[in-house]
Design a binder for this molecule. Structure first.
Ligand code: ADP
Ligand code: MG
Length: 698
């Protein structure tokens, strides 16, 4: 292996490569495009395309693709080769500026929520020069946005870029007020920690549910659960360590700063964290990270499960979306800073996030809405489906002191004059001690923990950026008219605390008492994806997104449809898999086992053994009773699915799957799990939870 600095970014057309390979003038023009959003001319694009092609070919690439993220949250690519014919029958490798800037995939089968009428069945992709091109399996991948000819966003990157612009513009107004004149641009930064499970491939493939749906639809709890807690931060098993090493190398080659890795709470669960970068890059990189985690696992004889809740009763997997705002001069705007002025500016940004989280609770919840994540939110060691935020006692005390015009006293009794706010050194959260909060302030950034492990982080960041932009806009408009900045900031703190204090919760979010308290505070509790997404088209949300140019009403309507459609599709696949597994394997096994038991009991009786009761009879009865239940529930599920299939409107179908299909699935699972529990190991047709969770042994 090459050394890490040599490896790092070797498959990525990053700034160093651009600088080395582009003529000075071209590099400068491209930099202006990247840093200041100046449009790229076709002449410049042609030179860049050529350099990119030569670089890619040297590294073995033969094809290129416009790599994009359709609204489903996956990634998509269509490969074109560089090859072009010459007049004399030979072939040359070509890649034009036009091809770099714009592509036209025949993408009529990507979900568009009705945005593309048939007469404009094709969309086009446009290069996002702020995210580096990279090489993946011999293909030059060009990160792109995907739009319809009508200009509607058909992907997640377009609204994400728009939201970054919105928050940058409003944040600029604030920093100007505080005298940061040399700041040219503000970007939102993100570091997405990724959780996942590793299961031995052979064991995983024996489970049809894992194969078809990514999660177990059956399974009674494992004998060795996570209660032993010896896995968390424990020593890595050899296979896992070798896997992580290769994952890191692959990520480093793509210029992804994979930094930390460790075992997570549940057996077989792990986490990977990168160093933060700008939001759109972080989003692209997280998509790539998920792809690489899965691909490398297969090479190592394992399956990487990214599902949010692969095992019932065991910790689920999420993504911790660490978010902050940074100036191009390197100042983190959520860092309290050392001087009173920095402190006051910090308070404005802090209040904007508080107000945003409270005012747009539904949007935050929707950004983490998926059929898979519904099983995780509110269950075993995951934040509840109620939005709240954690500030920590120290910061809370600072805000309360300002709110009540009281001097702030820290723990040592030192006073703080609220006239010139000085914020004490806040402890950075290194301990995960507040893992229970959906949205936690961790010293110099916010960590949004609702996002599911399998989801794109684009949605979460679109919501954070846009809602914070809106609050900053309001604050800036107020502050711009005030003479005494510090006093005005205190007014903002007071008003924010008066109106939005209810969203702040520093206690244990896993506690049932919190749900009652949240209800008392009238916070939204949206337990399912359907409950959440039904709020997407609320007036205030459409107004917000249109005002900041992030989504048009039509785009939001399309997103609404796609959310609902996806949800219905997933439950449909799960229900169908359950029916198949029950009919083809579990019921036949149970019938056969009951017969064996009856035969055994009869054989004993025939040979004259006399006993008051026979274990065989008892067991046969128990199995038969559960088989009957299982059979009926399977029939009921079949009927429910048939009815669901007749519903054509996406939201009505989703509602039906949620209310009428899911409960029957749960009803079906219970007898099956009881049968598993009561059956001998050699009879049960699948590896058990114990087998799966401990399948990677050394
Ligand atoms: P811990 O959560 O253990 O305290 P860190 O805070 O260093 O560890 O990092 C957690 C994640 O947050 C990492 O992915 C890191 O890159 C990211 N992060 C750190 N600072 C920022 C920031 N200013 N903006 C966005 N993400 C950040
Ligand atoms: Mg963390």
């Amino acid at each position: 292996m090459k050394n890490v600095p040599e490896l790092f970014g070797s498959l990525c057309f990053n700034e160093a490569t651009m600088k080395a390979r582009l003529p000075k003038e071209t590099y400068k023009a491209l930099k202006r495009t990247i840093d200041e959003n100046v449009p790229l001319s076709e002449d410049v694009a042609t030179i860049v395309a050529n350099a990119m092609k030569d670089w890619a070919i040297e590294l073995g690439a033969t094809h290129y693709t416009h790599w994009f993220q359709p609204m489903t949250g996956a990634t998509a690519e269509k490969h074109d080769s560089f090859i072009a014919p010459t007049d004399d029958g030979r072939a040359i490798m070509e890649f034009s500026g036009k091809e770099l800037i714009k592509g036209e995939p025949d993408a009529s089968s990507f979900p568009n929520g009705g945005l593309r009428a048939t007469f404009e069945a094709r969309g086009y992709t446009a290069w996002d020069p702020t995210s580096y091109a990279f090489i993946k399996e011999g293909i030059l991948c060009i990160p792109t946005a995907f739009c319809s000819y009508g200009g509607h966003a058909l992907d997640k990157k377009t609204p994400l870029l728009r939201s970054m612009e919105a928050v940058s513009e409003q944040a600029m107004r604030i920093v100007k007020l505080f005298g940061m004149e040399n700041v040219k641009q503000i970007t939102s930064t993100v570091g997405a920690e990724q959780e996942y499970f590793l299961i031995d491939k052979e064991a995983a493939y024996k489970r049809k549910d894992i194969t078809y749906t990514g999660r177990t639809l059956f399974g009674s709890n494992p004998p060795k659960g996570q209660e032993l807690d010896d896995h968390y931060f424990g020593v890595l098993k050899g296979r896992v360590a070798a896997y992580m090493k290769e994952v890191n190398e692959e990520l480093w080659k793509l210029g992804i700063l994979a930094k930390t890795q460790h075992n997570e709470v549940a057996p077989a669960q792990h986490e990977l964290a990168p160093i933060f970068v700008t939001t759109n890059l972080a989003t692209d990189q997280n998509q790539l990270t998920m792809e690489i985690l899965k691909k490398v696992a297969l090479k190592h004889g394992m399956v990487c499960l990214l599902h949010e809740k692969p095992f019932e009763g065991v910790n689920g997997s999420g993504k911790h979306n660490n978010w902050s705002l940074s100036t191009d001069t390197g100042v983190n705007l959520l860092n309290p800073g050392k001087t009173p002025s920095e402190n006051a500016q910090f308070l404005v940004f802090l209040c904007a996030v508080i107000a945003a989280a409270d005012e747009y609770q539904a949007l935050f919840r929707i950004s983490a809405a998926s059929a898979g994540n519904d099983h995780r939110l509110g269950a075993a060691e995951a934040p509840p489906a109620v939005m709240s935020m954690f500030l920590g006692e120290d910061l809370d005390a600072v805000l309360s002191a300002i709110e009540n015009d009281r001097p702030y006293k820290d723990k040592e009794g030192a006073k703080m004059d609220t006239g010139a706010t000085v914020i004490p050194d806040l402890p950075k959260d290194n301990t995960d001690r507040n893992r229970t909060s959906p949205f936690a302030f961790t010293g110099n950034k916010f960590e949004f923990r609702m996002v599911g492990s399998n989801q794109s982080i684009a949605d979460a960041n679109i919501v954070i950026n846009t809602t914070v932009a809106k609050e900053l806009d309001d604050f800036a408009t107020y502050l711009e008219g005030q003479d005494n900045l510090v006093e005005a900031v205190h007014e903002i703190v007071k008003k924010t605390m008066r109106m939005h204090r209810r969203i702040i919760f520093n206690g244990n979010g896993y506690d049932d008492a919190w749900l009652k308290e949240a209800e008392r505070r009238e916070l939204l509790n949206l337990p399912t994806t359907v409950d959440a997404v039904e709020h997407l088209l609320d007036d205030e949300n459409i107004e917000l997104y249109e005002k900041y140019g992030v989504y048009t009403r039509e785009e939001l309507e399309a997103n609404y449809d796609i959310y609902m459609e996806n949800y219905a599709k997933i439950i449909h696949i799960e229900a169908s898999s359950m029916i198949k597994m029950s009919q083809k394997e579990i019921i036949p096994m149970a019938i056969e086992y009951a017969k064996e038991l009856c035969d055994a009991g009869n054989a004993k009786r025939a040979s004259g053994i006399e006993m008051s009761t026979f274990a065989e009879d008892d067991l046969a009865k128990k199995i038969s009773k559960q088989t009957e239940r299982l059979y009926k529930a399977t029939e009921a599920l079949e009927l429910a699915v048939l009815e669901a299939e007749t519903i054509t409107e996406s939201d009505k179908a989703a509602r039906f799957y949620c209310d009428k299909v899911l409960p029957v699935m749960e009803k079906l699972r219970k007898p099956a799990d009881t049968i598993e529990f009561a059956s001998p190991r050699y009879k049960w047709p699948y590896p058990t939870y114990g087998d799966l969770l401990l399948s990677v042994k050394e």
